[in-house]
Design a protein around this ligand. Structure first.
Ligand code: ZN
Length: 647
């Protein structure tokens, strides 16, 4: 047994009479308690919560193998409990023998509360521990789900299950052993995003543990840049990687770790896991298509997926003998997290914000600002400059709709570069609501790249969206899509792709949304190359444009470029289209929100380390924070390693 006898004694003493424990195992951070009589336990299910609370650990109850009914009978029982029409026809019901669990995938949305109730019933009747995953609302446009099925396929593969089981047990033994040393030293290494935007990657080291928070790359005109010193990391020493959210500047180098031998856990939320697979597999595919060698292959992306351990917001989880982890809502994109690390039994607490939004957006709630303890806040500073104050959201929305209307009336096209996830869904939502309320004519919206794949993840996890949007989804309405949205399928051959793009750019007035959001490659370039010289058309930026990207150069006033695109090859272009930047849609906190966050966050941290900002912005914010709130600030450079404890 991986835990001491006293833990077993606590569990046994709290269980109702008639429920017998046959074993306790540690699967990674989770204590799995095997029992003989699931139906007796389910009658008193609040006990499960109180056991988890008393032990301060993640706890799962499973039935001993002999207490599970056979698979066919269990499948029948599951269909009886749920009804035929709500179970996904393609994936339906998947048994995981190794773990004694069953996965049930639904074809329409169902509220968390309902799901919990049904799970209890299934467990009591079958002895299989169920995991029910909500489905998508019926949409007027068929959303692509290929990648979503691919993730499930990876996880349900029997070989993968076996390996995952071994990995989790090994990890469990490591997490729950006694610490060898007491924490007398905490160090933070900034491998990326120090006085720059991109390649976020923060190393946290104690005398006992080593963690990596995010592992991204920095897009740049010539070649993408990796975190500094990543290749020097001793991967055997790395205990865990924690991912705040699925944007390439926070995740793109993760499979690279697996390529070089990392086999430990990667913690994140459930939506982030799906988004991460969609984005990274697309990255590999695009690199290949454009004739570049990607830094890793699809097999390393898959390896990453089966080493993920997903957490719900606000759950506290042991991840090493001296560190507990909790994730909180960051309000930046679906599933995005603030990372809270509780080190050395309350000795020192760190919050790393990743990217976060401390304000209103159409889809998400503002970032969490309450923690039990907090000494060091590592905060992003993308919009930390004095003048980085964003206009109110309503104003930005009305400028967007006006620009679309005016361009379409002139007979032009509107090109919006977006990242596959985040702003794209926000913009689709705004346009869709405007069309529904007849504030806008029904203009065609072409959506290219992986935007619709990531949109599927939004409708699968309504509990991660704000109340207004999630209620719509639970009622069976797709808030993002109506019949004016036209998905651009991935063309298999180049000729097909050329034809697709030509039909769209020569067709009737329309809106085109395509990645990459900073015009630094991706399908958007095909459209840009054709539309750039058309003065009737508009190019609208809705997100931050990093230094040295094509988007930033255009915003800086450059107009002549030589572009290499898939459909045109190398071309010289002279930008004559109307270029606009509409601030206010950002998923980042602006200057005011960053200041407010420090004012309101509870408890007030002793130190603030600013990352993910250009030097002038990070420094300007640091000066203002010191003056106003008398906190110590640090503005490290990429490559700096700083001892933060003892101070
Ligand atoms: Zn981000």
């Amino acid at each position: 047994m991986c835990v001491k006898d006293e833990v077993k004694n606590v569990v046994v003493s709290m269980l109702p009479r008639g429920v017998s424990v046959v074993g306790i195992e540690c699967e990674g951070p989770t204590l799995v308690i095997y029992i003989k009589n699931p139906s007796t336990l389910m009658e008193q299910s609040p006990i499960i919560r109180s056991i988890a609370k008393t032990l301060k650990k993640r706890v799962v109850f499973r039935a001993a193998p002999e207490a599970r009914i056979d698979e066919e009978a269990a499948r029948k029982a599951i269909y009886e409990v749920l009804g035929d029409d709500i179970i996904d026809r393609k994936d339906g019901v998947r048994f995981s023998r190794r773990f004694g669990e069953v996965y049930v995938y639904l074809s329409s949305p169902l509220k968390e509360r309902e799901i919990k109730k049904l799970e209890k019933e299934i467990f009591a009747r079958t002895g299989w521990k169920p995991n029910i995953e909500s489905g998508m609302p019926r949409s007027k446009v068929r959303l692509p789900t290929h990648e979503i099925y691919a993730v499930r396929q990876i996880l349900h593969n029997e070989g993968v299950e076996e390996e995952r089981y071994r990995m989790l047990h090994q990890l469990g033994r490591r997490i729950y052993r006694d610490p060898i040393m007491t924490v007398n030293n905490i160090q933070v290494g900034v491998l990326g995003a120090g006085q720059e935007v991109g390649r976020s990657s923060i190393l946290v080291r104690t005398s006992e543990s080593t963690l990596l928070l995010d592992c991204g790359l920095k897009p740049s005109a010539s070649s993408d840049e990796f975190p500094v010193g990543l290749h020097l990391l001793d991967l055997d020493e790395l205990d865990a990687v924690i991912i705040t959210h699925a944007h390439m500047d926070h995740i793109a180098c993760l499979p690279y770790l697996f390529k070089y031998g990392y086999r430990g856990p990667v913690y994140m939320t459930e939506p982030t896991k799906y988004l991460l697979y969609i984005l990274l597999s697309d990255y590999v595919e695009i690199a290949r298509r454009e004739g570049r060698t990607p830094p890793y292959g699809l097999s390393e992306v898959e390896e990453t997926i089966y080493h993920t351990i997903t957490l719900d917001y606000e759950d506290t989880t042991d991840i090493t003998p001296d560190i507990k982890l909790s994730l909180y809502d960051a309000g930046h994109e679906i599933g995005s997290s603030l990372v809270h690390l509780h080190i050395g039994n309350g000795l020192y607490n760190i919050v790393y914000t990743g990217d976060f939004k401390y304000g209103y957006t159409r889809l998400l709630s503002p970032a969490n600002d309450r923690f039990r303890r907090l000494e060091l806040l590592i905060m992003e500073s993308t919009y930390g400059g004095k003048d980085d104050v964003q206009p109110p959201r309503e104003e930005s929305e009305s400028v967007l709709l006006q620009t679309i209307r005016a361009t379409v009336e002139k007979g032009g096209k509107v090109l919006i570069p977006v990242f596959s996830t985040g702003r794209a869904q926000e913009i689709l939502y705004v346009i869709n609501q405007a069309v529904r309320q007849r504030l806008m004519p029904k203009v065609k919206v072409y959506v290219d790249g992986m935007v619709l794949e990531t949109l599927s993840v939004h409708t699968m996890f309504p509990q991660y969206l704000n109340r207004e949007v999630s209620e719509m989804i639970y009622e069976g309405v797709d808030p993002f899509i109506d019949d004016h949205v036209v998905p651009v399928d991935r063309a298999k051959r180049l000729e097909e792709r050329v034809e697709q793009v030509m039909n769209i750019v020569q067709g009737e007035p329309s809106v085109i949304m395509a990645p990459h959001g900073m015009l630094n490659g991706g399908p958007v370039l095909d459209y840009f190359a054709h539309l750039a010289e058309d003065p009737k058309s508009s190019l609208i930026f809705v997100s931050y444009q990093a230094e040295n990207t094509l988007g930033r150069r255009i915003l800086n006033g450059e107009r002549e470029f030589v572009l290499r695109t898939l459909t045109l090859g190398e071309t010289k272009i002279n930008v004559a289209m109307n270029v606009r930047y509409i601030p206010g849609f950002s998923g980042h906190s602006d200057r005011r929100e960053l200041m407010n966050y420090v004012r309101r966050v509870e408890p007030r941290p002793q130190k603030i380390m600013l990352v993910h900002g250009e030097p002038s912005k990070a420094i300007s914010l640091a000066v203002s924070l010191e003056l106003k709130y008398h906190v110590t600030t640090l503005v490290p450079k990429t490559g700096d390693h700083i001892r933060i404890y003892p101070p």
